[in-house]
Write a protein that binds this ligand. Structure first.
Ligand SMILES: Cc1cc2nc3c(=O)[nH]c(=O)nc-3n(C[C@H](O)[C@H](O)[C@H](O)COP(=O)(O)OP(=O)(O)OC[C@H]3O[C@@H](n4cnc5c(N)ncnc54)[C@H](O)[C@@H]3O)c2cc1C
Length: 384
């Protein structure tokens, strides 16, 4: 504690979602004192489709091999290795993968990561601490959370789509052409859910977005849809009504919901897409996950990106302390690693997303894919 009553740490991580908890885990053996500031208590939910990419366990294993075993023991998940992709003409492709991903409700999955991170002796979590302000000075950083002032030498913004750090320091604004709106609800008893299969339906009125049915534990399904924000505005869409319409009025889907029951209200949230490059770092700061606009522009996946970027930010933070260099120039090593991992995929998927509002094209591609393994492989690489 400083003379002014401020709490002092080496690194301050804003937000304890997948990016923030992973970043804390990556700093576990660093000898640095880390504070994680989080506005909620845990376990806490986050509006999401709950699908975790197959590469995530491998990424966690590079931080600490014991996480692999813990993840195997983590039972609140449903393994998936097949994507059922349905065209506007209702023809379906089952795309099978060599690797297995999983679907886990975020209230469980984020809590798993939080528990692992909060067990680290160098890390202090401050829950129920809403960040209100972030300032970067010549010598350090000052973060106001609740009524407490936190001081550090480096701040890492993992505070999601409405990141205070992003807003205060980079001033990046959402761009409706690189931003998506999405809603989801949990239903019990949806019929015809195949084992280990998640479903993506390219419904005509939602293009270039899609409707999904993802299986979760206890005979539940995460059901939702996402649409580009520019399209939502142009078509004056109300996504909650759109979801209900799909579930109730499209016969091949509504048949499966005859005995289903929605168990919670429909929740919505934004997704900042990684189809444009935004400032991700600078003097004494880095941004990760949604705060850095890293969501896949086609699939809407952002959990894996949050975990990968959180890990890189943790590793970069260690280097900053080793070399006593917190400059914007040094921090670009972090940007380079993140973009090397995701940029070419996001650019390609942005291109495909732009083609996806052509119903005739999608139907044609599906017809061809049903005959050609090569085309099926290309599709499966884009969507998962
Ligand atoms: C409807 C929907 C469906 C989606 N489906 C999928 C999917 O199936 N698979 C997938 O991979 N991705 C999906 N995503 C994207 C995914 O949810 C995000 O990309 C992911 O959560 C990003 O993780 P994060 O750690 O960067 O941010 P978050 O998970 O948002 O975590 C940010 C943390 O910061 C905290 N915080 C925020 N503001 C403050 C503040 N002022 N003070 C203190 N703490 C703060 C929050 O409470 C939260 O704990 C979906 C998104 C939506 C909206």
């Amino acid at each position: 504690m400083s003379d002014t009553g401020a709490r002092e740490f080496d690194v301050i991580i804003c937000g304890a979602g997948p990016a923030g908890s992973t970043c804390a885990l990556a700093l576990a053996d660093s000898g640095l004192e880390v504070a994680v500031l989080e506005k909620n208590n845990f376990p806490r939910d986050k509006t999401c489709g709950d699908a975790v990419a197959a590469y995530v366990p491998k990424v966690l294993a590079t931080i600490n091999s014991s996480l692999t075993r813990s993840l195997e023991d983590f039972t609140e998940k449903v393994s998936v290795n097949t994507c059922r992709l349905v065209a506007p003409n209702q023809k379906a492709l089952d795309l099978r993968f060599n690797q297995t991903g999983f679907i886990s409700r975020r209230i469980d999955w984020d809590n798993f990561l939080f528990e692992k991170a909060s067990a680290q002796t160098n890390t202090t979590f401050f829950l129920n601490h809403t960040i209100r302000d972030v300032r970067i000075t010549r010598d350090g950083v000052i973060v106001m959370a609740g009524d407490t002032e936190f001081k550090g030498r480096l701040v890492i913004g993992c505070d999601g789509v409405h990141s205070v750090l992003n807003r205060k320091i980079t001033g990046t604004r959402p761009d409706p052409n690189h931003h998506c709106g999405a809603v989801r609800a949990y239903y019990s008893n949806v019929s015809d859910i195949q084992d280990h299969t998640f479903e993506i339906h390219l419904v005509k009125d939602l293009l270039p977005g899609y409707f999904w049915i993802f299986p979760v534990k206890n005979n539940l399904a995460n059901v939702g849809l996402g649409v580009l924000s520019a399209v939502i505005s142009k078509r004056r869409m109300d996504l909650r009504s759109s979801l209900q319409k799909v579930v109730e009025e499209i016969p091949y889907i509504s048949d499966r919901f005859k005995n289903a029951k929605r168990i919670e209200k429909i929740e919505g949230f934004g997704l900042p897409l990684g189809s444009r490059k935004v400032p991700m770092s600078g003097d004494r700061f880095m941004l990760c996950g949604d705060a850095a606009s890293l969501v896949d522009p086609l699939s809407g996946e952002g959990i894996g990106q949050a975990i990968v970027s959180g890990r890189y930010a943790g590793w970069q933070a260690k280097k900053c302390f080793e070399e006593n260099n917190f400059s914007a120039g040094f921090m670009t090593q972090y940007d380079a690693q993140v973009y090397q991992k995701f940029w070419s995929r996001h650019r390609k998927n942005h291109f495909i997303q732009q083609l996806m509002n052509r119903e005739w094209l999608l139907n044609g591609v599906f017809n061809a894919a049903l005959k050609s393994r090569l085309i099926r492989n290309v599709i499966s690489k884009s969507f998962t």
